[in-house]
Design a protein around this ligand. Structure first.
Ligand code: PGA
Length: 252
């Protein structure tokens, strides 16, 4: 069994309101603050970061953002910079497939965001994954290689760096990858990290699985040797389900 501490992150996407975000944070604080052997991160929409930070203050639950721009400041209406996030959260999701699909993100813009986040001392959750068409065409490894090399170009990762392998066809569809399939892709990503950064950093990197993770299938993923937790969308909005996912992900 690996000595890596798993990390489970809740990606709330564009859900919750002031009231429901507060309730969810409060419920999670009660339910999972005491769960050890797994790092827990809540990623609410930007507008609820301060609320989450306050509600979770002094707990073991960390806060993350869902995106970050690469410029420090300037006339960029609607954007959020790394220094703005620095006092609000520890983690930031970068390169999520929904950003790539709907907001034109590329490996190059993902790379700029990763660099800016790291320079600010934020910890990225770097998302990659193939589409259904790419998998069908037998191009999964080629796509993952391109995303890893492009996203991490010119970047030195530190121990415990977080990558989320999220096959696009599994996100929000209720059709997760199998544990074996996810482990195969994640082991491949780890090998590539090894060729870029050496075995020690690759072995220390945490690689999550994401895509229709729920309380019933998390154990199958966590039973795999290379999977170090999950990035959870839909199921993270239900306090009881996310509690189960966190509890099942703990490695003591
Ligand atoms: P899902 O989303 O759990 O709803 O499939 C995962 C994600 O997009 O991170």
């Amino acid at each position: 069994m690996s000595r890596r501490t798993p990390i489970v992150a809740a990606n709330w996407k564009m859900y919750t309101t002031v009231r429901t975000a507060a309730e969810l944070c409060q419920a999670l604080r009660e339910n999972i603050d005491g769960v050890r052997g797994v790092e827990k991160v809540i990623c609410p929409p930007f507008v609820f970061l301060a609320l989450a930070r306050e509600t979770l203050a002094g707990s073991s639950i960390k806060v993350g953002a869902q995106n970050v721009f690469w410029e420090e400041k300037g006339a960029f209406t609607g954007e959020v910079s790394p220094p703005m996030l620095a006092d609000l959260c520890e983690y930031v999701i970068v390169g999520h497939s929904e950003r790539r699909k709907y907001f034109g993100e590329t490996d190059e813009t993902v790379n700029r965001r990763l660099k800016a986040a790291l320079a600010q001392g934020l910890r990225p959750i770097f998302c990659i994954g193939e589409t259904g068409d790419e998998r069908q065409a037998g191009r999964t490894e080629e796509v993952l290689l391109r995303q890893v090399r492009g996203g991490l170009d010119g970047i030195e990762i530190g121990p415990g760096f977080v990558v989320a392998y999220e096959p696009v066809w599994a996100i929000g569809t209720g059709v997760p990858a199998t544990g074996e399939m996810a482990n195969e892709a994640i082991a491949f990503i780890r090998r590539e990290l090894g060729s870029l950064y050496g075995g020690a950093l690759a072995q220390a990197a945490r690689i999550q699985y994401g895509g229709s993770v729920d309380g019933a299938n998390i154990a199958e993923f966590m039973a795999q040797p290379d999977i170090d937790g999950a990035l959870v969308g839909g199921a993270s909005l239900k306090a009881d389900v996310f509690t189960t996912i966190v509890a099942e992900s703990a490695r003591l």
